[in-house]
Design a protein around this ligand. Structure first.
Ligand code: 9MR
Length: 361
């Protein structure tokens, strides 16, 4: 029986007949069936496989909707749980789109990763304008933030597995500091601790995460998070996880030490997760970029599988038909595992193969 061979370590590809072979070792004892939906392979590897969901695409594109259901065991709202979307007018919450996502996810047996309670971006203008003009002072902002966290976490209590409580709190560069946001300015340097405590009060069972980009490897910014996590733990602040966004770009170095990075958070007792993975490059693509993309997705997935408490690997969109990348980075794209016609790219096949190998024992 002829089984196709794949030149990735000792991995064997299961041929159409189900036969498994390996060029050096003959048949291998534990056959792996590689060509299965990501969520099925993820379940065997004990990791949630998530995607950001674009609610407009979910409502209008049945292929998109079906693929969300079949390939993923977790979802993150790409936009509809952000403050500007939830409370565009002060005091009037628009729960509709977020509730739809939650209902869909529950029908599909998917976990929900809440994104995000506090972020300096996508804030409602009534809030930013009010703070800028002085109409909203520090005491009032503190109340507003506390209420927002209580209201949102309370609304989804018991339904959201984990929350990105604060998103992108640190600056970039070689000496990261807490960003000078309205939250830091008016609630103080300990606004993160406050936010975590308020979120915990509202849903004691939700896992509370911090989340950021450019922290996938060991660097000054990820170390700032590590130090913050140690401090918060020492203060008994309810912090349960660290999210690593994983927005990669082939023009920058591959975060080859991602596992070492996650491992130090794991040793602190925190859950870890890749929360927004995509791998962009300058168009047009070529075989070299394709290979680079396969490797980049896999470095992050392998780092997760090597880390015992890495609970989730989430992509920030799964098809090039709907991706934030071309709109934000001129000339770049093709950053997701499926092409614009929902056809699996080599990156998708690579994720399948790595998941099929499971976690190391
Ligand atoms: O993908 C999101 C895009 O549709 C929004 O326009 C954008 C607004 O800033 O936010 C994008 O999602 C971001 C996420 O919430 C936080 N990390 C970076 C993501 C990509 O910008």
């Amino acid at each position: 029986m002829a089984a196709a061979l794949v030149a990735v370590g000792a991995l064997a590809w299961v041929g159409p007949s189900g036969a498994v072979a390996d060029s050096r070792h003959g048949s291998i004892p534990r056959p792996v069936t590689v060509d299965q939906p990501l969520r099925v392979l993820g379940a065997k590897a004990d990791v949630l496989i998530g995607t950001a969901v674009d609610m407009n695409a979910l409502a209008t594109d049945t292929t998109y909707r079906e693929r969300v259901r079949t390939d993923f065991s977790a979802v993150t709202a790409e936009n509809v749980m952000k403050w500007a979307e939830l409370e565009p007018t002060r005091g009037q919450y628009n729960w509709g789109p977020a509730d739809q996502l939650v209902a869909e996810a529950r029908r599909n047996g998917q976990q929900i990763h809440g994104h995000t309670l506090l972020w300096h971006s996508q804030l409602p203008t009534w809030l930013t304008d009010g703070v800028a003009s002085g109409d909203i002072d520090s005491a009032e902002l503190t109340e507003i933030v506390r209420n927002h966290i209580r209201t949102v976490v309370g609304h989804f209590k018991g339904k959201v597995r984990a929350w990105d409580v604060v998103n992108e709190a640190f600056t970039d560069g070689s000496a990261p500091v807490l960003r000078d946001t309205i939250f830091k300015q008016h609630l103080g340097d300990d606004y993160i601790a406050k936010a975590l405590r308020w979120a915990h009060e509202a849903d004691p069972r939700a896992k509370l995460f911090l989340n950021d980009y450019a922290i996938d490897n060991v660097n000054a910014k990820s170390t700032a998070y590590f130090e913050l996590a140690k401090t918060l733990k020492a203060q008994r602040v309810p912090l349960h996880g660290q999210g690593f966004q994983g927005h990669l770009d082939l023009q920058y170095p591959l975060p080859i030490d991602a596992h070492e990075n996650l491992a130090r958070f794991d040793r602190l007792g925190l859950e870890t997760a890749f929360t927004e993975v995509d791998v962009r490059y300058f168009l047009p693509g070529d075989t070299y970029k394709t290979a680079g993309q396969v490797g980049s997705f896999n470095v992050l997935l392998q780092a997760c599988l090597l880390t015992p408490k890495c609970v989730m690997f989430t992509v920030w969109g799964f098809t090039d038909k709907y991706s934030w990348v071309p709109g934000f980075f001129e000339g770049q794209g093709e950053a997701t595992p499926l092409d614009a016609n929902f056809q699996p790219k080599p990156a998708y096949r690579g994720l399948q193969q790595t998941l099929a190998l499971g976690r190391p024992r």
